[in-house]
Design a protein around this ligand. Sequence first.
Ligand code: GLC
Length: 477
Amino acid sequence: MRILYAASEVAPYIKTGGLADVAGSLPKAIAKEGHDVFVVLPLYSRISSTYRDRMKQEAFFFVDLDWRHQYAGIFSIEEDGIKTFFIDNEFYFHRDTIYGQGDDGERFLFFSRAIAQMIKALDLKVDIVHANDWHTGLLPLYIKDYSRGDEAYSRIKTVFTIHNLKYQGVFPPSILQLAGLSNEYFHEDGLKFYDAANFMKAGIVYCDSLTTVSESYAEEIRYEFYGENLQGVIRKNDWKLKGIVNGIDYDVYDPEKDPKLPYHYSKDDLRGKALNKEALQRLFDLPENKNVPVIGMVTRLVATKGLDLVRYILDELLQEEVQVVVLGTGEEEYEDMFRHFQWRYPDRLSAHIYFNEGESHLVYAGSDIFMMPSLAEPCGISQLIAMRYGTLPVVRETGGLKDTVKPYNRYTGEGTGFSFANYNAHELLYSLKEAIGVYDDEDTWKSLVVQAMTEKTDWAVSSEKYIKLYEELLLQR
Ligand code: GLC
């Protein structure tokens, strides 16, 4: 099969969140199974020159957005059996940040439309176009729109994946004119959302197959609490909806080889993990003590990550013999909250309010416990990385957290972490205390660490599921 995978961010080129990790690793896994996979993203000015220098120019053409006649340059890099295309337009992508610009609607509709045109301009002959989240939500619609009377598009099947329903791309309906889409799409079963145009909804409605990044999340978004006002649309389209859990890239996250770690280790020899813990304590200016459990967090500091629960219990938690390390940036109130607790408990909590990929690997590897009490978590990748590094996650049972972490069962001794059901601060505290209690029991803890590290969380199983989904779609042609 020939597959084109479109996303607004792709690791390692540019990353702000989990979408980039998926876009950087799932296509690789699919290509390994013998398919021709292409990936496409915008050529942001923030993409480093190390990559730019390796790019080859493929073509250029123009995209008409109403009265604007916009240049689209296509560059490419070939690696790991995949060709990645970068769509160049300085006006749209030469910006300080990749999201949050006043004209995001126009920027990403340009991106989607340029992708649709690229398919024909480069004669890619793709069978499947796989779009992700609102930024490429219009792509399935463009394919549908262009396929009327154009053979280059009429055989293409589209897949749309929801990574997070919270961000939908909602714009005034006038954007349709810019998009070159007729008003016939602006109705309740189209992309109309109240009185606006919703790009996420376009993806949901016009794709041939719809997926989310875990089975639980596929179920959750059918209801109000997680549905973000699209629950009705989700239910209407649930005949084509499927949850497929994300994996992680074992080449990138490997405690035996990870070049970002000072010490390497495996489930058979955990000495390196203890040394990483010391290195972590040093880096975060905490007392070097191998007996105190270290609780790590690597996260965007935003409400959906469950930080209100954390705030509620931190005082009580820090009465215990524990250390808490935090890495990430986000909303000011949470940044300040961690600064405040660091000031109050300098020997117990240390927060690095920035993001650094190298440090994040050390937090995953050097911590004992990984805290992730999300309010909502479509899949979550951090808990998978933590388990791979033998750091036991404490999670709330939602979305992918529920599907990937096996809570410790003290009767059978089975488990890869700890979990709690309700969005309640004391349930979080209880689970953390449970984890701290088990930590003191060295044999049990070690057995859980080994189970977590043994858990298969790479793309092997999930990429097969995507391939099967693509194949089923092609049977419908
Ligand atoms: C979004 C979701 C996260 C998921 C990621 C990759 O960032 O919030 O849960 O892991 O996408 O699919």
